[in-house]
Design a protein around this ligand. Structure first.
Ligand code: NAP
Length: 256
């Protein structure tokens, strides 16, 4: 038996939200490399078009779907359009997310709600729409991008941590609700990854030193290093894995 064929995504179609850059783009590249047709998403149409062109040049079959994952109507229109005009969505990666850093006592309610809408409610909206087709077809994979902050907290990002902790348990809830329809739902919890979301931290010498010291593997990761976990959870290599949060954090959560 060819064990590597377990990881093949030939004939599958994957929607990755927030995939014009960073972790989402890295995951899209990996899933495309395993054979999947890719639906890229972000709000900025220009950046999205550039990302789609780059992935297509690398040989992938790619579609660009610009929509805001926090808008219920936009999500439902985009997914209905994709299912009817492009084809069935087999894999959803709920990756779109945002960060905002401020002492908790200074956070405004609208910013708190924006973080929740972008990091948590979006995964509910996108999954609820995409799962309709998955339930009808009795198969599907959903992967929610959580965080080490699903488990721990750090000063100035309490609402982010709260959104990611809730996303981890939403992942378990989705897994339980949709298992009877043949749908596996899992999470990936990245540690510190070099992306635009962390631009301010990357430029902070002191913070860099802290990440390198605090992470057992001693470094930040590249977005491409999330690819293997995503292929595993999207493919037949993980048919009996559901409700699991896979930490890709260089050992961050394994140590004090
Ligand atoms: P990033 O570089 O800032 O990229 C975020 C992506 O999401 C962009 O494509 C952005 O494009 C899109 N996006 C943001 N809001 C959106 C919305 N409302 N609708 C549609 N798309 C939206 O972030 P990243 O570091 O790759 O993070 C990706 C995910 O990983 C997030 O959920 C983040 O919380 C999580 N994560 C990151 C790290 C890390 O160290 N980087 C660690 C743990 C978890 P537009 O702005 O054009 O919409």
């Amino acid at each position: 038996m060819d064990a590597l064929s377990l990881f093949s995504l030939q004939g599958k179609r994957a929607l990755i939200t927030g995939s014009s850059r960073g972790i989402g783009y890295g995951i899209a590249e990996a899933l495309a490399g395993a054979g999947a047709e890719i639906l890229l998403n972000a709000r900025d149409k220009v950046a999205l078009g550039d990302a789609a062109a780059k992935l297509a040049t690398a040989g992938a079959k790619v579609h660009a779907l610009a929509f805001d994952v926090t808008s219920e109507d936009s999500v439902s229109d985009a997914i209905a359009h994709a299912e009817s005009e492009i084809g069935p969505i087999d894999i959803v990666v709920n990756n779109a997310g945002m960060q905002h850093r401020q002492p908790l006592e200074e956070w405004r309610l609208d910013k708190f709600e924006q973080v929740m809408a972008t990091n948590l409610t979006s995964a509910f909206l996108v999954s609820r729409e995409a799962v309709k087709g998955m339930i009808a077809r009795k198969r599907g994979r959903i992967i929610n991008i959580c965080s080490v902050m699903s488990n721990v907290a750090r000063a100035s990002i309490a609402p982010y941590s709260a959104s990611k902790a809730a996303l981890a348990n939403l992942t378990r809830g989705m897994a339980v609700d949709w298992a009877k329809h043949g749908i596996n739902v899992n999470g990936i919890a990245p540690g510190y990854i070099r992306t635009e979301l962390n631009e301010a931290l990357l430029q902070n010498v002191e913070f860099n030193a802290w990440v390198e010291k605090r992470t057992p593997l001693g470094r930040w990761a590249d977005p491409s290093e999330l690819g293997g976990a995503a292929i595993f959870l999207a493919s037949d290599a993980s048919t009996y894995v559901s409700g699991h949060i896979l930490y890709v954090d260089g050992g961050f959560t394994a140590t004090v």
